[in-house]
Design a protein around this ligand. Sequence first.
Ligand code: CUA
Length: 312
Amino acid sequence: MEKLLNFFPVEASTGAVAVDKLFFFLIAVAGTIVLLVGGLIVGFSWRYRRSAQNERPPLPEWLSRDIEIGWTVATFFAFLFIFWWAASLKLATLDQPKHAVRIHVIAKQWMWKAEHGNGIREINELHVPVGRNILVSLNSQDVIHSFYVPAFRVKRDVVPGYTEQIWFKPDRPGRYELLCAEFCGTGHSRMRGDVIVMSAQDYAAWTKSAPNRDNLVREGADLFRSYGCAGCHQGAEPGKAPGLAGLYNSTVHLADGRTVTADDSYIRDSIMFSNQDVVAGFNPIMPSYKGRISDNELRRLLAYIKSLSEKR
Ligand code: CUA
């Protein structure tokens, strides 16, 4: 397909193949209908042109009734089928993989800053291993940006104040464009980078040699103490606040009867908007940290809280 359509972006992830199948199917259906309707227009224009002597008898019953009902029903089911196909593709992208390489990407005017789980940081470059699920969580520091990798057929708006998640599974090594797809100021067109997909060995070597390492978990632990979180969440009064060991990705029962999964955005919201989603059995006494804690610090705290759930 790629050789046939050279201008078409390369398919470099498993999702890209699935999206393209739907795309080409829609193009084929639309093309068929365009040819059919166009052909009929030309045909009828010729057959019933002014000088033509062709007769115009009334339509036979079967044509005006049965055919009319038939194509209306057929179109209905065809659209249902297309809806089902497109919706299930979309839902598959919302369903996050359990095992994934997690990367945090921050969008700001006008660059992409990436922070890997092991503390490696990079700017306008994103190194990922081939054949693994990559789960990217996205934050913006200023305005709305949009994380767009055409070769993976993924695009997600990054809205300030929200953590967006996106995932893909690259299946061929190479260097692919990363673009911002939302006009975000005068430097918007320069806000681009590369996703570098590497074999497992190359990725391991890169991880070892990469500069800009820092220890997110250790810095998070320091913040945990300096912000006073430890006093309630680890302190001598266990009834005051829920413990955090084993919290990450566990099921949490809330005071209002709902249950949620303690994922990144839940923990983030619990820190920023501490009196919503209160855990059952506890009072909403924790102060809100909105405006008091930076995105940088929040990610370090998250890394620390996650580390409390890892087996050592
Ligand atoms: Cu960021 Cu356009």
